[in-house]
Design a protein around this ligand. Structure first.
Ligand code: PLP
Length: 436
């Protein structure tokens, strides 16, 4: 086969996104404004119903305020934890097998991260490196305020199990007392209303993924108490950088109060954004807290609006590629993520494979040889406890280490032609037979 160059995960940007960005630039409004607000409403409609045919521009009755667009998933997770009142003295449980942002957001809030190992070889159906739920249950203490579940690769965790565990441990949970500040009052009310460890989903990879939860099919973003999506350049759905927070309704708390707190936390604690200040005579504002600046711009939202129009088609193409990869890996005896089961449909974000009987050196050799043939691959992820920032000791998380040691991520994106996919499969076949 003639050599091809296959990138790992380039963004799929069409003329639609380009012209929407151009219009945003020409509109005179480039920071957070009408396009960001529209993207929030459209994402809310998409996540709650899975239907993109709802024209929320025309039907304000369908608008929901339970999505806030920000400049990254990391900011979204951090704000989720801050709104929950997570801080010094609290513990947040995070799987050992994930990206640093799943853990660092809790550390930014001053909390202590407690890692939990994954199940041996991941979930039995999907092979996703999902937490060991017995270990998760054992890790919950009186200090635990949140569990960060990671819907890795687009595959949705077993939330029935996670919620069963947090319900079982309800008796250990002690809600914080309000410190009297605007944020403190809201956080204390939220903790009291939830009354147990909060489930905070890192669904950075999983826009559009769904799973049967409590007997009903639900979309990621409407399962956990709080969720964070990433719209980074390598994600299925991109705004270059970007992300969003979503949350479930909380008893006794108006959605608007929570939405407004995200606005404060993402805009210096300033109680009027630039758009609100354009109203006649409305210049004056207050600073409620000395907070962050992590808002989404309308230029980013312009990309997102047109990406969302195209998203169902983009997901379909990913499914086609996954089918081809599944056939190839099954024929080679290579284990891979299973993106679709009767009860779960992934967002088809990452294609992780694990090659039996090889060590780290052979895995790395396969990656090198694939690269020499023009195929870029990757590893998702080196377990966090192996990283310098997290202590460089994985000995307590050996299932995570085992999962990682023979793992390769194949390129999966919508710029791949059928011929490209064929080339990746043939290259994998050839290289594996050479190395193994
Ligand atoms: C699992 C996971 N969580 C969070 C993030 C952070 O996303 P962002 O770059 O939008 O902050 C990433 C980024 O790749 C990720 O893979």
């Amino acid at each position: 086969m003639e050599k091809r160059t296959i990138s790992f995960s380039p963004p799929d940007i069409s003329e639609l996104e380009i012209s929407e960005v151009t219009e945003a630039l020409r509109s005179g409004w480039i920071t957070t404004g009408p396009r960001t607000k529209l993207l929030e409403r459209r994402l809310a409609a998409y996540i709650q119903t899975g239907k993109t045919d709802i024209d929320t521009e025309q039907n304000p009755a369908l608008w929901e305020n339970r999505v806030v667009c920000l400049n990254s998933a990391t900011a979204a997770e951090e704000l989720n934890l801050r709104i929950l009142g997570v801080g010094p003295g609290d513990e947040v449980i995070v799987p050992a097998y994930t990206y640093t942002a799943s853990a660092s957001a809790a550390i930014h809030c001053g909390a202590t991260v407690k890692f939990v190992d994954i199940q041996k070889d991941g979930d039995p159906d999907t092979h996703m490196p999902e937490m060991d739920y017995d270990k998760l249950e054992a890790a919950i203490t009186e200090k635990t305020k949140a569990i960060v579940s990671v819907d890795l690769g687009g595959i949705v965790c077993d939330y029935d199990k996670i919620f069963e565990i947090v319900e079982k441990k309800r008796c250990l949970f002690k809600p914080i007392e309000s410190d009297g500040s605007t944020l403190g009052v809201l956080s204390a009310r939220i903790q009291k209303a939830i009354g147990r460890v909060a489930v905070v989903s890192d669904c950075a990879h999983s826009l559009g993924a769904s799973r049967v939860f409590k007997g009903e099919r639900k979309y990621c973003g409407s399962i956990a108490d709080f969720s964070s999506f990433s719209f980074h350049a390598v994600k299925n759905f991109t705004t270059a950088e970007g992300g969003s927070s979503t949350w479930l309704p909380i008893d006794g708390i108006d959605n608007k109060e929570i939405y407004n707190m995200y606005q404060l936390l993402s805009l210096h604690g300033q109680n009027k954004d630039a758009l609100a200040k354009t109203k006649i005579g409305a210049w004056e504002y207050d600073i409620i807290g000395p907070w962050y600046k992590c808002n989404m711009t309308d230029i980013m939202a312009a990309i997102g609006l047109r990406q969302l129009d195209r998203y169902p088609e983009l997901l379909k193409r990913r499914v086609e590629i996954i089918k081809k990869y599944d056939e190839t890996c099954d024929s080679l005896g290579i284990s891979h993520l299973v993106h679709h089961t009767g009860y779960m449909d992934s967002s088809n974000h990452l294609y992780l494979i694990r090659i039996p009987g090889i060590d780290v050196d052979k895995r790395n050799l396969i990656i090198e040889k694939m690269a020499e043939q023009g195929v870029a691959t990757n590893v998702h992820y080196k377990p966090l406890p192996m990283m310098t920032a997290y202590g460089k000791d994985c000995s307590a998380y050996m299932n995570s280490y085992d999962y990682y040691h023979n793992l390769i991520t194949l390129p999966l994106h919508t710029l791949l032609s059928d011929e490209d996919v064929e080339y990746v499969c043939e290259t994998l076949r050839k290289v594996v037979s050479e190395v193994c």
